[in-house]
Design a protein around this ligand. Structure first.
Ligand code: 6R9
Length: 656
């Protein structure tokens, strides 16, 4: 991980200058759930602050100790007993909110389901009873390989209810990726569906499970939801969801679990080969996801309709489709399919239909919508929206401003939320009623979290400097380790800087001390002795009207160490960059960031290789830029992309 950082003593250059800023609307500021005083209060008594947030939940038994910290191992709320599914369901029903809608679910073909808190609780109790009957016990791992349907949430909550550890694998992953995760977690049950709808047609899931499970006798049962009605091959260990779950009682007495009992494992691939099983536990995780969902989105559960457009197979779906919103008794929208089915206005149609007030999505989606044109969202009534969120990557200023203007009617704050699978919950983000947001900046650590930007030696950089983001103190939703690999946990996150958590991202502080996240340090380029972030060069490229999307990598170069190679999607979809445009784009980057950041080569491509969360896999693009065989593509949303891009190679244009 530290390879590219140790190449140079230089810290990350601070190239981009962005001066726009958007103060919160007055009424939002006045009625905000969280006001400026929260920062001071949390700073004065961080542990007391988190205790106060933990009290927003219902505990079967209060904790004895807020935090036990034996670096790098944390225990939050030790002695406390809590059940996550009770906090997400039972307590709301008991409080008289049973009729409140938990999810407005929208299937891709247009079928819909409205599920109240009372109904969801019944479904979860049935599933908990079914899993118990299938022999699943507390501590057992359950794999969930599903489309975006309500049963996915039900399966997760049923696990949390009985204390089984869920491990959701993104439905787009290959058999190999699924198999590797089954091996590592030794899941005894797999929950899947015949298929789900994507791009207007049924997309099978069960065949991948069949192949993965065939060689893995430790998987005792496969529980199959019927979603598409596709033909499925049936094996001895397969059980239909509607038989096994549908026949159960809707009563289930939950057990109170220890605050530190495992809740789930979520695999994250990072840049190396073997995915890391990130382990999250119960009490601290739930405390921070519930608090941040309420604070960062200023959630008013009685009136808001909240929509997180992420996939449940991504940590964002876990924390901000399932646990955060449900713990807060929010009403959410959940959408099964793709944004362009059956037309490119599908997202805006959903917002109009359900009068969504808070929407949360990834910059990659926002850039795609920009590419499709302003006239698409303009056809829909988006006036219900009051807050917009972004997650997954740095949001470039162009995309931020487009989002605010074309989706938010120039009225809604945009919260750029920085966090990771490992952090479990939002760590750095504006607060919509407090912060004057700057396009492209995640701004400040949320109350109760202590983030900083440090140099190579771990010393804080002054305002205006660049370096690495670190977290100084343990936080409630932090990962508790890597499943089965304690040493790797220490090495990956706690060895770079003494006593500090190292997320692996570059960052800078601006003149006001606000934070700008610059992507993975493994992606940072070293050009003629300067560390340059891919994010800034990409932002500069997409600020040119001809460029819809850009991915930049450093390719080995005899003269400069690394040369900047840009892969760009042109707005007109052209497959070559004409010479005059190439020059123009290089100059455009030179003007925005300085001559050092001018790309040496630019290559027009029809698509970019992305993960489920829309992150560009620069490692694969580096392979292409350095004429190597392309590495592991098993976690791409679409693995054929690399062939398409490789075919474009002849159009590589050398720079001057
Ligand atoms: C939630 C999630 C984590 C990595 C993280 C960083 C990047 C996420 C970001 C952001 C800049 C933001 N990232 N949000 N970079 N600004 N607002 O994305 O988790 O899939 O584990 O990825 O994503 O590089 O380290 P995960």
């Amino acid at each position: 991980m530290a390879d590219s950082t140790s190449q140079s003593q230089e810290t990350l250059s601070n190239l981009l200058h962005e001066t726009r800023s958007f103060p919160p609307p007055a009424d939002l500021a006045e009625n905000a759930n969280v006001k400026a005083e929260a920062y001071d209060r949390a700073a004065e008594d961080r542990l007391g602050f988190w205790e106060e947030q933990a009290r927003r939940l219902t505990w079967e038994r209060p904790w004895d100790t807020v935090l036990e910290w034996e670096p790098p191992f944390a225990k939050w709320f030790s002695g406390g007993k809590i059940n996550a599914s009770v906090n997400c369901l039972d307590r709301h029903v008991e409080a008289g909110l049973g009729e409140r809608v938990a999810y407005y679910w929208e299937g891709e073909p247009g079928d819909t389901r409205t599920i109240t808190y009372a109904e969801l609780k019944d479904m979860v109790c049935q599933a908990a009873n079914a899993m118990t009957e299938l022999g699943v016990r507390k501590g057992d791992r359950v794999a969930i390989y599903m489309p975006m349907i309500p049963e996915t949430v039900v399966a997760m909550l049923a696990c949390s209810r009985i204390g089984a550890v869920h491990m959701v694998v993104f439905g787009g992953f290959s058999v190999d990726a699924l198999g590797q995760r089954l091996d590592d977690s030794q899941a005894k049950l797999v929950v899947t569906a015949d298929g789900g709808y994507r791009r207007g047609k049924p997309s099978a899931l069960k065949p991948a499970v069949d192949s993965a499970v065939a060689e893995r006798p430790f998987v005792e049962n496969v529980l199959v939801v019927r979603r598409t009605g596709q033909d499925v091959e049936w094996n001895d260990r397969d059980v239909w969801w509607h038989d096994a779950v549908g026949s159960q009682s809707t009563e289930h007495t939950p057990e109170a679990h220890d605050a530190e009992d495992p809740l789930y494992i979520m695999y994250t691939s990072g840049t190396t080969a073997k995915p890391k099983g990130i382990l999250h536990t119960t009490g601290g995780y739930l405390t921070q996801v519930a608090y941040t969902h309420w604070a960062v989105f200023d959630l008013k559960p009685e009136t808001d309709v909240y929509w997180c457009a992420a996939d449940i197979g991504w940590v964002t779906g876990h924390s901000y489709i399932v646990y955060g919103p449900l713990a807060n008794a929010a009403t959410s929208v959940m959408y099964e399919g793709t944004p362009d089915t059956p037309h490119r206005g599908r997202f805006w149609e959903i917002i109009q239909k359900y009068k969504v007030t808070i929407a949360y999505m990834a910059p990659t989606a926002i850039r795609t919508f920009m590419k499709w044109g302003d006239d698409v969202p303009a056809q829909f009534d988006l006036s219900s929206l009051r807050i917009l969120g972004s997650v997954g990557e740095p949001i470039n200023p162009e995309a931020y401003v487009w989002y605010r203007k074309n989706i938010g009617g120039d009225r809604t704050p945009v919260v750029d939320t920085w966090w990771q699978t490992e952090t479990g919950a939002i760590m750095v983000s504006p607060l919509p009623g407090v912060t004057a947001g700057k396009p492209g900046a995640a701004m400040r650590a949320v109350p109760g979290v202590t983030a900083d930007v440090v140099d190579e030696e771990g010393k804080p950089v002054p305002d205006g400097g660049g370096g690495f983001i670190v977290i100084r103190d343990p936080w409630p939703a932090m990962l508790r380790g890597i499943w089965g690999d304690e040493q790797r946990y220490k090495d990956t996150y706690w060895s770079r800087f003494e006593g500090l958590y190292f997320p692996g991202d570059g960052a800078k502080k601006d003149a006001d001390g606000d934070m700008w996240l610059l992507g993975r340090v493994d992606d940072v380029m070293l050009v003629s002795g300067h560390n340059i972030s891919t994010t800034e060069v990409e932002s500069a490229l997409v600020s040119h009207p001809r460029v819809a999307e850009a991915a930049v990598v450093g390719a080995t170069d005899k003269v400069t160490g690394q040369a900047i190679v840009g892969f760009i999607i042109l707005r007109g979809g052209e497959e070559e960059v004409p010479d005059d445009l190439l020059q123009e784009l290089r100059n455009h980057v030179g003007t925005s960031l300085g001559p050092i950041a001018k790309p040496a080569r630019l290559l027009a491509v029809p698509e970019l290789p992305k993960t489920r969360s829309g992150k560009i896999m620069r490692r694969l693009l580096r392979d292409i830029a350095e004429n190597r065989a392309v590495g592991d593509t098993s976690t791409l949303t679409d693995s054929s992309i690399m062939e398409v891009i490789a075919k474009q190679l002849p159009s590589v244009k050398p720079g001057d």
